[in-house]
Design a protein around this ligand. Structure first.
Ligand code: GUN
Length: 294
């Protein structure tokens, strides 16, 4: 079988267009724009690129963004102070502190200082808890929410299917499993979560109707780990040094695309699959935060 490609670029454009329409309506109704604050600590090169791309997307959609850049030597208490001050600003509806934070700074403490009503990343324990109990009033982490939208908008049936999630991270694996095991039309899956300590991974991944790879190990999933006709969602994104590229690197997913695409029924490419969805869902969460605040 040769897999059909799930076009993350095209589907993210749908989400962005819908969000832009929502932003236009919000501005007309309330006379102000949804506001998103970015906090970047230090000069991690990937973070510089990601925050820049997110800010540019805000501009395109009519979301007012502000970026706060603090030097890497900033203390944790100064970052917490900034977050608390942003919590108190009415024109800021969403706050995103870009990870990774410098060594020695507690990511958990910083994320937990964000007002849950402004936590457009969906990382705050309050929002993770809302997802776990099926409360739709919280924020869901953007990457797993994006994978969910890719499945829904590609018309892939989820109910009753066996989904195997490879990876148990707080940001992707755990919320992904919670989203898909929830009751409802676009969920109702049987979910297995595997990780680095799971015994005989290939025997588990071969049971998947839908396999979601989110381990952060490039080209880890080979064809012999995938069942014929499975849907394969690749969340991985690793920079591999490549002197033939102008940037000096190429991007690889967690899936060995060449061999797995021969077996799967649907597959996401890297780049151009899950990646563009993360930013689109961030924009959608920001609009939701602004709407909820009114
Ligand atoms: N670093 C890489 N991805 C993300 C993300 O989605 N949110 C935050 N806050 N930091 C990140």
């Amino acid at each position: 079988m040769s897999a059909r490609l799930i076009d993350g670029k095209a589907i993210s454009e749908q989400v962005l267009q819908e969000t832009q329409d929502g932003v236009t309506q919000f501005r007309a109704k309330h006379g102000c724009a949804p506001g998103l604050a970015f906090v970047r600590v230090g000069e991690d090169p990937a973070s510089v690129v990601y925050v820049g791309a997110k800010a540019k997307m805000c501009e395109r959609l009519g979301i007012q963004s502000q970026t706060f850049v603090l030097p890497a030597i900033t203390s944790e208490s100064q970052v917490l102070e900034l977050v608390r001050s942003l919590n108190g600003q009415k024109s800021i509806h969403g706050i995103l502190v870009q990870a990774p934070l410098p060594d020695g700074m507690s990511q958990d403490r910083v994320f937990e200082a964000i007002d849950p009503a402004k936590d457009v990343d969906g990382f705050h324990p309050m929002n993770v808890g809302k997802l776990a109990v099926g409360d739709p009033g919280g924020f869901i982490a953007c990457t797993p929410a994006g994978v969910h939208q890719l499945l829904i908008r590609s018309g892939i049936e989820i109910a009753g299917k066996h989904v195997v999630v490879l990876g148990r991270s707080r940001i992707v694996g755990k919320p992904m499993a919670l989203i898909l095991m929830e009751k409802g039309k676009y969920a109702d899956a049987t979910v297995t979560v595997c990780h680095s300590r799971s015994r005989d991974l290939p025997s588990l991944t071969r049971q998947a109707d839908i396999l979601i790879a989110a381990l952060g190990r490039n080209r880890f999933v080979k064809a012999d780990m995938v069942r014929d006709g499975a849907v394969v969602m690749d969340v991985g994104i690793t920079r591999v040094p490549d002197s033939s590229k102008k940037s000096g690197f190429r991007l690889e997913g967690d899936v060995d695309f060449g061999s797995v695409s021969e077996k799967a029924s649907w597959i996401t490419p890297v780049p151009g699959g899950v990646g563009p969805m993360t930013i689109a869902m961030l924009m959608a969460n920001t609009l939701k935060a602004a709407q909820f605040s009114m």
